[in-house]
Write a protein that binds this ligand. Structure first.
Ligand SMILES: NC(=O)c1ccc[n+]([C@@H]2O[C@H](COP(=O)([O-])OP(=O)(O)OC[C@H]3O[C@@H](n4cnc5c(N)ncnc54)[C@H](OP(=O)(O)O)[C@@H]3O)[C@@H](O)[C@H]2O)c1
Length: 435
């Protein structure tokens, strides 16, 4: 770490000047005086690396600083803080490892990289005594990672339940409020700029899985990668599922769930029904929210804009100021503790409640064998709703908490039953019993 003279400028190598990077560059210029006062001295941009140096940039970005040489900028001797807003694994990974190895502090918003190579990056930062901050990587503007890493460092987190992908929340919210199907809600999200032309990473749950891995690591003081996260997206959710959930007093959300069990951590992303009274049920449009349950603190809710250039830049700038203060004090910030080394609990052992819809023959005596197959697998039924539809009836069953493997065996048994014409939807139900 180079010695910083009192009041001397700290120099930033900005890698990436797209949706987020351009807003960071603009705000660094526009708020220079206030940021200098808060950070203990001026923050200057040493250079801005991009892929297309001749492309147009927003007003407020100094074009004289633009370069196509990201590695050269990150390695410059006069750069103190490398801010990576390129995204993806490479070249971001190599650039950041080289910067950390050279003792530069790093700020990044790159959830994909943190969820694949977080351990290597933390190791490099620790070895160099440099900072690695990534508040913007999960839930955009919401100050959540610092809360987990610092504010809750004295507590024991039991559960983190989050809506961490704005695109899927927008789609499910439109399906709920307008009764639209998945395809038309997705098309609307794309038209309004809430979904990318290729929405795979969002709708298949991969983006939320990267965030779940980061959240679980900080909440449970262990290391997880996106590959540890059981991941299901929302493409199979139908307008009927949404309507059925609504009639039972539930709403369907894509949730990132990190839960502490006696034997490890369950970390998963999947659509789930939530009681309409649950605080996360009231999160509409593309907003994000994360609900944390800690032993002493109780239930905490973090809510706000999970994406967008300006909101995300707010979190990046907060990290830059924190890193600048550390550099001026000759310190490095708190490292996340990974001493617990908790294992991942297999999805088959996850514990949750379930909603199962069945098409059955509408004749006397159908319910008894259905109920018996749940009982045989140790899955306790909480509520049954039956609705006649001519020769068939629709049977909706909501269970008490059960093991995922027991529910899967029950569904296999039901599928083989003569009186069950079809097993419709099987959805998990989250939120505490009685909510
Ligand atoms: N957008 C959001 O709302 C949001 C929210 C939270 C977190 N994030 C994270 O923030 C990061 C940046 O996202 P973004 O939306 O700002 O991305 P973006 O709009 O696609 O911008 C990427 C920037 O990186 C530059 N770039 C790409 N490849 C490069 C290379 N090989 N060398 C140098 N520069 C390169 C691009 O240059 P050109 O401009 O010349 O193409 C562009 O300026 C990602 O990790 C993302 O996950 C974004």
């Amino acid at each position: 770490m180079r010695a910083i003279q009192r009041g001397a400028p700290l120099r930033i190598g900005l890698l990436g000047c797209g949706t987020v990077g351009a807003q960071v560059a603009r705000l660094l210029a526009e708020q220079a005086d206030d940021l200098a006062a808060r950070a203990g001295g001026p923050l200057e941009i040493a250079g801005i690396a991009v892929r297309r140096p001749d492309a147009a940039r927003i007003a407020g970005v100094d074009l004289a600083l633009i370069t196509a040489d990201a590695a050269g900028l990150a390695g410059r001797a006069d750069v103190d803080i490398v801010v990576e807003l390129i995204g993806g694994i490479e070249p971001a990974r190599s650039l950041l490892l080289a910067a950390l190895d050279a003792g530069r502090s790093v700020v990044t918003a790159n959830k994909a990289l943190l969820a694949s190579d977080g351990a290597a990056l933390h190791k490099a930062a620790s070895a160099a005594g440099a900072d690695l901050y990534y508040e913007a990587s999960v839930a955009g503007a919401i100050p959540l990672l610092r809360a987990l890493r610092e504010s809750l460092a004295g507590d024991t987190v039991r559960r983190v339940l989050g809506i961490v992908n704005g695109t899927t929340n927008f789609i499910l919210d439109r399906m709920d409020s307008l009764g639209s199907d998945f395809a038309s809600a997705l098309e609307q999200a794309q038209r309004l700029g809430y979904a990318e032309a290729d929405p795979t990473a969002d709708v298949e749950g991969h983006d939320a899985a990267a965030k779940a891995a980061i959240l679980a690591g900080l909440a449970f003081h262990s290391e997880f990668t996106a590959a540890d996260v059981h991941t299901e997206g929302i493409t199979e959710i139908t307008a009927d599922d949404i309507a059925s959930a609504r009639s039972l007093g539930f709403v369907i959300k894509l949730l990132a769930i990190c839960e502490r069990y006696d034997n490890g951590v369950s970390v998963r992303v999947h659509p789930a029904m939530l009681p309409r009274l649950h605080p996360l049920a009231a999160v509409h449009e593309a907003y994000n929210a994360v609900f944390v349950e800690a032993e002493a603190a109780g239930r905490l809710m973090f809510y706000g804009a999970g994406a967008g250039g300006q909101p995300t830049a707010s979190a990046v700038l907060g990290d830059i100021v924190a890193v600048a203060r550390n550099l001026r004090a000759g310190l490095s910030g708190p490292e996340p503790a990974t001493y617990a080394e908790l294992p991942v609990v297999p999805m088959a052992d996850a514990l949750t409640r379930y909603y199962v819809s069945l098409d059955v023959a509408d004749r006397p005596g159908v319910l008894a064998p259905v109920a018996e197959s749940f009982a045989r697998r140790g899955v306790s039924i909480k509520a049954v709703h039956q609705e006649g539809r001519g020769e068939d009836a629709s049977l909706i069953i909501v269970t008490h908490t059960a093991r995922e493997s027991a529910l899967a065996e029950t569904v296999a048994d039901l599928s083989a039953m003569e009186s069950v014409r079809a097993v419709g939807s099987v959805l998990r139900v989250e939120g505490q019993e009685g909510e």
